[in-house]
Write a protein that binds this ligand. Structure first.
Ligand SMILES: Nc1ncnc2c1ncn2[C@@H]1O[C@H](COP(=O)(O)OP(=O)(O)OP(=O)(O)O)[C@@H](O)[C@H]1O
Length: 336
């Protein structure tokens, strides 16, 4: 667990808990182009990323396929060595002191398990207890807590290969926490889970962060994970950081739009407001019409205009869909 001394040390040195400065990872890729010919190519998976994460923050790290998210996490854990830039986690250079760092971090890769496939969950945990040399009392307390909060009681004696995806994921999250890591990296922790399992995992992570102050870096394609868990989000694409800030701020960057759904007394041609050029009617279905307008604008004057000029019987405002906002952001950055 984090200690006051460490937090004080971070304050005294002005260092953040996780610090990346111009981090790069370049892969040399060979591709066969003929029987005896191969082409060499370089892939800049991470292309000069800098950010700081303070102790206790819960941050979303998102981006499209191949953006460089997993590569960043692998460098943060010391699995991969950076090609350039610098990186510190709890003052440690991960690739140089991977074993020392391993005692302070927890990792969950949603697509892979760290558990032993043929062993019951309980035996995997016993092995981890020894591997990480966790003091007995601490191990027992952590185990009890995880078993209770992640609902693992009935599953402890079941071999991992017989667990459902959601059960295995809860088992993996517990495994990552038995040695009390100060930071938890989660790569797609809710992938393939049903709605109930997703909710359980999210609730557990929220409590972990609130009660224990565990720093969490979360990579996911499910934006509801981010909406429900993270106040801060970082968006990467092509190995570069495109956005770092509040989730709400993404709407401004992505030039998102809200939608006004208007029910008229009868079917009419698309609404057109001379005084509001930024408003577009995007869909008409019988007496119902959908009007898009900039998310940063107020809906009130718009509603007043429509009410004055059209026979309106009802209306509602729909907030922008965060998924659409991010898709638009990627598209405008790459000219797609
Ligand atoms: N070991 C490797 N050798 C060569 N290229 C790699 C290697 N690992 C990743 N890459 C390349 O680096 C880029 C970033 O990959 P990465 O796995 O970090 O993306 P990601 O954002 O995690 O994607 P996804 O959401 O699909 O998991 C991709 O172009 C990928 O093909």
């Amino acid at each position: 667990m984090s200690t006051d001394t460490e937090t004080t040390a971070e304050k005294a040195t002005g260092r953040a808990f996780i610090e990346l400065d111009g981090l790069e990872k370049v892969f040399d890729v060979r591709r066969r182009t003929g029987f005896l010919r191969a082409e060499r190519r370089q892939v800049r998976a991470v292309d000069g990323i800098s950010f700081r994460v303070e102790r206790g923050e819960m941050v979303g790290y998102i981006g499209p396929n191949g953006a460089g998210k997993s590569t960043t996490i692998k460098m943060l854990t010391g699995i991969l060595t950076p090609s350039g830039g610098s990186l510190r986690v709890a003052g440690i250079d991960p690739s140089r002191e991977r074993t020392r760092l391993a005692h302070r971090i927890g990792v969950v890769f949603g697509q892979r398990t760290t558990l032993w496939w043929d062993l019951p969950l309980r035996d995997s945990y016993r092995l981890m207890h020894r591997m990480y040399r966790v003091p007995d009392a601490r191990f027992r307390a952590n185990m009890e807590r995880c078993v209770e909060l992640l609902d693992l009681g009935e599953l402890l004696d079941v071999p991992v290969r017989q667990l459902s995806l959601g059960q295995r994921m809860r088992g993996d999250i517990a495994a990552a926490l038995l040695h009390d890591p100060e930071v938890l990296y989660l790569d797609e922790p809710t992938i393939g889970l049903d709605v109930v399992s997703k909710a359980k995992v999210r609730e557990f992570l929220r409590d972990l962060n609130a009660e224990r102050g565990t720093t969490v870096l979360l990579t996911t394609h499910d934006l509801t994970d981010i909406e429900q868990l993270c106040r801060r989000v970082m968006v990467i694409d092509h190995g570069r950081l495109m956005y770092d800030g509040a989730l709400a701020g993404l709407h401004e960057v992505g030039e998102s739009e809200r939608t006004l759904v208007v029910d008229l007394e009868r079917e009419l041609p698309p609404i057109r407001l001379e005084s509001e050029p930024s408003v577009r009617t995007v869909k008409v279905e019988g007496p119902r019409q959908w009007l898009a307008f900039p998310a940063s604008a107020s809906a009130a004057p718009l509603v007043a205009r429509i009410a004055a000029e059209y026979p309106m019987v009802d209306l509602s405002v729909r907030e922008p869909d965060i998924e659409a906002v991010i898709a638009k952001m990627y598209a405008s950055a790459t000219g797609r």
